[in-house]
Design a protein around this ligand. Structure first.
Ligand SMILES: Cc1cc2nc3c(=O)[nH]c(=O)nc-3n(C[C@H](O)[C@H](O)[C@H](O)COP(=O)(O)O)c2cc1C
Ligand SMILES: [Mn+2]
Length: 477
């Protein structure tokens, strides 16, 4: 299947996922722990299906929740408008190429959003009407936002930021917005409003377009628009309509919109919340509170849930940050990088190169290690190894890498307070760095000519066989 016209919104994306045979409809599940557990079990299966929860226990008929939307390489490619039949590594390579040439598309203003079909405001606001899953057992409560976008406007420049920050429900008209650190654009913008003594207007967008979900995850520079980046992914502008209460631009085809304000100094105890490492990172902590003053929704809304889960489960089936690393290696002059991937939810990075000179592999490994956020393991492999295939990578590690010669440890490197292995005393002092292991799993450069030959077919040969015999092997031919 070739890449086709962009999907219009989450609903059209779901239709396309269903056409790929990757959607499972799940009736009657309970938002209290069951939806989270089903999502986790499904995400742990080899096929990792997308789930559409229907007839949700305790929720109005017609209200739905989608999870595991973009968790496979195939569906991440679909969300990016890349051919979903490509191999995972080819899909990531295609994205690396496109990302380098993206043309930002400023959003297009329209008068009305589809979310203006239904509305409650003021004293009628009651978040209890909307299914907010309690995802993991140890979580501090239900979260209406685990995959939703938080829109705010810089009071000085007019810049609109739209990123993903988790949102916990605290009663009928209060939620918290959690910033991992004060450098988050949302945190910077909120502080500007508060320093002027004013409440910060906020619009929460649930059921976002998957391109917007991806844009919300990207590290864009301060002042850059996630809406414009989402438009670039789709090759056409996102349509936005003004929120009636805040005037903030809200994607017109979003499913559910919360409008309100974060008032200076108002916080509520937030969390804890299971993190993408598969652990809890902190106790309950104060987070900025948002007074929800209006709720708008499309009839029969579909909320998008994307809870962090124990690896290898991850929000995106293509490791976008490995694509950035791949580009960066090339920009730094490291030639012949033929692949890059991240396993264990970004915590392990693999770079594949065609070795040209002694030290080539280590050069790539040191740069990748420097850029590897929270990742303790960096592996460099030869070009006959598919970095997206963990079994292949471990084959290289166990047959080409002499630990006493080909493993280096780099100390004091980039991690974060979310790292479960940082000692409590160090964490308390803000010492959140860790060490990284660089495994050179390439055939030593001087042994390339004489190394025992592999019996395996090449990656290119395997691809040809897939094309000719794949259906038969899969039992579909
Ligand atoms: C599903 C998901 C949930 C996330 N939750 C949070 C969160 O609760 N707090 C946070 O600070 N970052 C969270 N992030 C990461 C940020 O969205 C991401 O780093 C983004 O680039 C930050 O945008 P900003 O630079 O505009 O602040 C989450 C990412 C995803 C994909
Ligand atoms: Mn931003």
């Amino acid at each position: 299947m070739a890449a086709s016209a962009p999907y219009a919104d989450l609903r059209e994306f779901i239709d396309r996922v269903e056409a790929l045979g990757a959607l499972r409809r799940v009736p009657g599940a309970d938002p209290n722990l069951e939806i989270g557990a089903i999502t986790e079990v499904a995400a742990g299966r080899p096929d990792c299906p997308a789930l559409l929860f229907e007839a949700i226990k305790g929720a109005p008929a017609g209200f739905r929740i989608m999870t595991n939307a973009t968790t496979t390489p195939q569906r991440a490619a679909l969300a990016l408008g890349i051919d979903p039949t490509l191999s995972p590594l080819d899909a990531l390579k295609a994205w690396k190429g496109r990302r380098g040439e993206l043309k930002l598309q400023e959003p297009r203003a329209v008068e009305k959003g589809l979310w203006q079909e239904n509305r409650v405001e003021g004293a009628s606001v009651d978040l209890g009407r909307f299914p907010a899953p309690h995802w993991h057992k140890g979580d501090g409560g239900p979260f209406i936002g685990s995959g939703s976008i938080v829109v705010m406007r810089d009071p000085d420049t007019g810049w609109v930021n739209a990123s993903i920050y988790r949102l916990q429900v605290h009663g009928k008209d209060r939620i918290t917005v959690q910033f991992d650190h004060q450098g988050r654009h949302g945190a910077i913008i909120a502080r500007k409003w508060w320093e002027k003594g004013k409440p910060c207007p906020v619009a929460v967008v649930n059921g976002p377009d998957p391109a917007l979900f991806i844009a919300g995850f990207e590290y864009l520079p301060e002042g850059a628009s996630e809406f414009a980046f989402a438009g670039a992914i789709k090759g056409q502008p996102i349509e936005v309509a003004p929120g009636p209460l805040t005037g903030l631009p809200v994607p017109a085809r979003a499913e559910l919109v919360l409008e309100g304000h974060m008032h200076p100094g108002e916080t509520l105890p937030e969390g804890p919340f299971g993190e993408f490492t598969g652990y809890y990172a902190s106790e309950k902590r104060p987070s900025p509170a948002m007074r929800v003053e209006a709720i708008h929704w499309r009839t029969d809304p579909i909320l998008l849930g994307s809870p962090p889960m124990k690896p290898p489960r991850f929000h995106f089936g293509l490791p976008f940050r490995a694509a950035s690393m791949w580009s960066q290696l090339e920009n730094d002059g490291v030639t012949d990088v033929v692949g890059a991937w991240q396993h264990v939810a970004q915590l392990m990075t693999v770079i594949a190169i065609k070795q040209r000179y002694a030290g080539h592999a280590k050069r790539a490994g040191l740069i990748a290690a420097a850029q590897s956020y929270m990742g303790r393991v960096i592996v460099i492999v030869d070009d006959d190894v598919d970095p997206s295939n963990l079994a292949d990578v471990m084959w290289a590690v166990t047959t080409r890498s002499e630990p006493s010669e080909q493993v280096d440890i780099v100390r004091g490197a980039w991690s974060s307070a979310l790292d479960p292995r940082i000692a409590p005393e160090a964490r308390a002092k803000g010492q959140t760095s860790h060490s990284k292991m660089i495994i050179d799993a390439c055939i030593p450069f001087g042994m390339l000519e004489t190394y025992p030959k592999t019996s395996a077919i090449s990656l290119a040969e395997a691809k040809d066989i897939e094309a000719k015999w794949g259906k038969v092997i899969a039992g579909k031919g």
